[in-house]
Design a protein around this ligand. Sequence first.
Ligand code: NAD
Length: 296
Amino acid sequence: MLNVAVIGSGTMGNGIAHVFAQHGFPVTLIDLNQTALDKAWTTIGKNLDRQVAKGGLSEDDKAATLGRLQRSTSLADGVRDADLVVEAATENVNVKLDLFRQLDELTKPGCILATNTSSISITRIAAVTGRPDKVIGMHFMNPVPVMKLVEVIRGYATSDAVTEQIMDLSRQLQKTPTEVNDYPGFVANRILMPMINEAIITLHEGVAGVEEIDTVMKLGMAHPMGPLQLADFIGLDVCLAILRVLHDGLGNPKYAPCPLLVNMVTAGRLGVKSGEGFYSWTHGTKELVLAERFRK
Ligand code: NAD
């Protein structure tokens, strides 16, 4: 089995570590921050308990999964024996470029370097390493243990062999990999973010209210949640940052972020994480309550 190192133990990193360990891979989860690592440990434990309670996993499998997981705050120690690194650190281009420069020095020459970035160019990340053929995007969806898709993104120089290996590995995790090329937003966000932006423009222009827009898309298009609710879950700051990547990278005015989105982010209304976006989340995330501003 390949040795896997996962960098970043936040929302995505803990799920990625969980899924690899559950499918038999020895995993080291790495974070600069001990508190984040401890929190990830608790989350993985709870998520495994939920799988056991639902009958999807035996107690023995849970124990074996936990037995395959290690944690470290040292990048050098954590990646030394890795055959595959999956980077899921903070979405910041300088953080990623700095990490990949170090990874190129610290890992074995044959080690594949994957990133879970949502919006940063794989080709750009690969270019700071001496092994661009072994750098690839492995874009998991949130929540990782539940969502089936892995968007596998080939950088300009990613080799066929490495792409095939990551496609196979994703299947071993019981996921469905989809191969795409490295252009802004890849496929998932290139299609999702303009839809969310259009929903916000529709609201901004007074065509319909928040609930009406979300209801049309939920009941009319069979989406599990409406685009405005989804934007609140993703984080309006994250949506804005990805739209800017699309707008800058593709140069087409159709990707220009809606001024209402820009205002909401500037005012700190970021969705679930700040307690208010299109909806109010101070009562928790189970119940949908419109933000006061959008009530009629
Ligand atoms: P997060 O903020 O929850 O976690 C990031 C973690 O990275 C933090 O614990 C932080 O301490 C750690 N970190 C930062 N710099 C580090 C470094 N140099 N070395 C080690 N650890 C470091 O972020 P997240 O939401 O889990 O996102 C991680 C990545 O996954 C991003 O690239 C993001 O674009 C991508 N992604 C996120 C989602 C999502 O829904 N949250 C979905 C798909 C992809």
